[in-house]
Design a protein around this ligand. Structure first.
Ligand code: TYD
Length: 209
């Protein structure tokens, strides 16, 4: 008999919301409980997708139109899904991804004009799957932006859109949590990181078989 399919979890939120730290802590917690867990990220998570990532996160904010971005993020996601996510889930491993399609719904679909319809069409044609569980880290954009830019990663194309953009993103993620209330949990990420990690671990624990 093939192994039971693993659990597919995404972490979402604005830039600097602490997703990457929390994704790593969740992966460590799942591994410590004996579960075989893959930690991955978007854009990226497979070698072709990582090449596309560089086109997206570096350079001028107006380098791409939102429509072109939707296509590039979706191309990267398709590669990530084919080569990393699907094989891992089918082998019975859990997958934790730092961002997935909800980032496109909000960053490209709800900030620079209403492109949500286009995002949904392209998603259903090319991707067609959702995580089992999505944890949306909600925090004050001003604090998050300072944190994000302080990292000086050279990958600041989206941070460079500025504070009003981050505020729109926050509202967009909050709306998504209501729209997909079965799958999405809004997590207060202003809290102490240990507290955030334990809140996340508790939500995930309830979803485990
Ligand atoms: P990420 O590496 O998660 O950056 P950070 O750690 O700063 O949050 O993502 C890179 C950027 O790409 C980030 O600013 C969000 C953006 N993004 C989109 O605009 N659309 C998408 O579909 C994805 C996956 C990311």
């Amino acid at each position: 008999m093939p192994p039971a399919r693993g659990l597919f979890i995404s972490l979402e939120g604005i830039d600097g919301s602490g997703k990457s730290t929390q994704a790593r802590r969740l992966a460590e917690a799942l591994r410590a409980s004996g579960r075989d867990t893959v930690l991955t990220r978007e854009p990226g998570g497979a070698s072709g997708a990582e090449e596309i990532r560089r086109l997206l996160v570096e350079g001028d904010p107006d380098r791409w139109s939102p429509e072109t971005e939707i296509l590039l993020f979706t191309a990267a996601r398709r590669d990530h899904l084919e080569r990393t996510i699907r094989p891992a889930l089918e082998a019975g491993r859990d997958v934790i991804t730092d961002r997935f399609a909800d980032s496109t719904r909000v960053y490209q679909g709800a900030t620079r004009g209403d492109l949500r319809g286009l995002v949904d069409q392209i998603h259903s044609a090319a991707i067609g799957v959702e995580p089992d569980l999505t944890l949306i880290l909600d925090m004050d954009p001003e604090t998050a932006l300072v944190r994000g830019l302080a990292r000086d990663s050279g990958e600041d194309r989206f941070e460079d859109f500025g504070l009003p953009f981050q505020q729109k993103l926050r509202v967009g993620f909050q709306a998504l949590a209501r729209e997909y209330s079965d799958r999405c949990h809004l997590i207060d990420a202003n809290a102490d990181p240990d507290q955030v990690a334990s809140n996340i671990a508790e939500i995930v624990r309830r979803r485990l078989p």
